[in-house]
Design a protein around this ligand. Structure first.
Ligand SMILES: Cc1ncc(COP(=O)(O)O)c(C=O)c1O
Length: 474
């Protein structure tokens, strides 16, 4: 696929979308008055404007314009049972009637129960709760730095651990630094930069970026920096950087190297926790991290997150431990914990049905997208397949490789615009699919138990129509 500027295609799609969704368009104009870019959370602020949602159930959301949109984003991968699953909403509604739910500032039995379930299902010794994945990874990083007395945080290029200082380095692929000063292409240069203004000036120097699934480079990085590394933080299944499972060897080597060099291994399971089994994904790899972070699925659609791990490390969060894992008016919010308890217990009871079902639908969705584009002469690759360890997955991301021989196996390939048409997968495809009343992020997202074979057929047909529409512009 050649390099094409998609601005004309995007302008045509935007004009049609404006006609397709006049109420959302009008609301967007109102939104711009007091909301930066018309909303919060940039990923949701689809250009030219996002559909404004009025209700949701299962696989579908309904917008202001009366469209019933088939949703594969499912709350940033959180809604494993679809939107508003009765399993959770019934329990919450009853609790509100019973005078339980919106009281904060105390503690209760639920915290004990949820911590018990979480530790039992993840192999952790101790847990502490907070309210977002970003806070969880920030606290985990503080704990690791305090425990080891070291400064450096190692992460993989493209790894997204939320908006916290050490997570905000090496997330996006920056083309302009690929040849930085050396006169030859250097792939990892793409994931080096701090992603935000306003960060402490020291942060870029405190983060070491290494390549996902490259055990050799990881060993090199530990040889160079090992004495100063507090932790290596990594997702066992990479989410936003391309829907890719970690190789068994990579995580085993990470365990070995962190142990040898006195650093902590942190698995960021904000997405993967309870998405592949009713517990941590690390269990399938047989690799126990020192700390892990959880959020999304475990919260049952409510804001809850956790850091869980070794008792001696977690002890630093306690009285006299010195790490200010504290505050959070809404941390351990009772309604959130009730949703978490309900969801985690339900998944544990139904593990044998839930995961095979969503993994099989995930596989069908990924292949359906590839087939739809191929039938119109467009090469599309849908990542998200399992590997020898992870037997299947409900997740997926679409890439449009510029060359048939390109593998789409690493974030360095998938997010590099020279190798894959990133604008086509992230921007054009999303807007074109919205015109078909289908919502995706990075080309797909995840399937839930609420999705059906008919929904996958609808996705395939929608992709076929999009392929026909964009073909002349490629
Ligand atoms: C792997 C991972 N870690 C952390 C986060 C941050 O979580 P939150 O958005 O709840 O702050 C995310 C969010 O997408 C994530 O995917």
């Amino acid at each position: 696929m050649k390099h094409r500027d998609h601005s004309n295609l995007l302008a045509a799609l935007a004009a049609e979308y404006e006609r397709h969704s006049p109420r959302s368009a009008a609301l967007n104009r109102d939104a711009l008055k007091h909301l930066v870019d018309g909303g919060s959370h940039t990923l949701r602020l689809i250009r030219p404007f996002p559909p404004r949602i009025v209700s949701a159930r299962g696989a579908y959301v309904n917008d202001e314009d009366g469209h019933r949109i088939l949703d594969f984003w499912q709350g940033h991968y959180a809604n494993i049972l679809g939107h508003n699953p009765e399993v959770v909403t019934r329990v919450l509604a009853e609790s509100f009637k019973d005078g339980f739910g919106l009281q904060t500032g105390f503690t209760d039995r639920l915290q004990v129960e949820v911590a018990d379930i979480l530790c039992e299902r993840t192999g952790a010794e101790k847990a502490r709760f907070t309210s977002s994945g970003s806070l969880a990874t920030m606290y985990a990083t503080l704990l690791a730095r305090a425990f080891t007395g070291r400064e450096l945080v190692m992460k993989v290029g493209g790894g997204w651990h939320g908006a916290q200082p050490w997570g905000l380095v090496g997330v996006d692929f920056h083309e302009e630094v690929r040849h930085a000063g050396r006169g030859r292409p250097d792939e990892e240069q793409g994931f080096r930069q701090p992603e935000s203004k306003g960060l402490p000036s020291t942060v870029a120097g405190e983060v070491v970026v290494t390549r996902f699934n490259d055990a050799g480079m990881l060993a090199d990085q530990f040889r160079r920096h090992g004495r100063h590394v507090a932790c290596f933080i990594v997702e066992p299944f990479l989410g936003s950087a391309g829907s890719l499972p970690a190789a068994q060897e990579f995580l085993a080597v990470a365990r070995e190297l962190t142990r040898t060099h006195g650093a902590l291994l942190i698995f960021d399971e904000v997405i993967s926790g309870f998405r592949f089994r009713a517990g941590s994904l690390s269990h399938l790899y047989g690799v126990q991290p020192d700390l892990a972070t959880f959020a999304m699925v475990m919260g049952g659609g409510m804001p809850v997150a956790a850091v869980a791990g070794r008792a001696d490390v977690m002890a630093l969060a306690g009285r006299g431990g010195g790490v200010k894992f504290s505050g959070g008016t809404y941390s351990c919010h009772p309604a959130s914990l009730l949703a978490a308890k309900t969801m985690m217990s339900w998944l544990a009871e139904h593990e044998g049905e839930v995961y095979p079902r969503i993994n099989s639908l995930g596989e069908k969705a990924r292949r359906a997208i590839e087939v739809a584009f191929r039938s119109e002469g467009i090469l599309a690759r849908c990542t998200g397949d399992g590997n020898g360890v992870v037997s299947g997955s409900s997740m997926g991301a679409v890439s449009f490789p510029r060359d048939e021989a390109m593998g789409c196996c690493t974030p360095e390939q998938i997010r590099n615009p020279e190798l894959c048409d990133v604008e086509l997968s992230d921007t054009v495809l999303q807007l074109a699919l919205l015109l078909e009343d289908v919502h995706v992020v990075h080309g797909l997202g995840s399937v839930s138990t609420a999705h059906t074979e008919e929904d996958i057929a609808r996705l395939e047909e929608a992709c076929r129509r999009v392929a026909r529409r964009i073909r002349p512009h490629l």
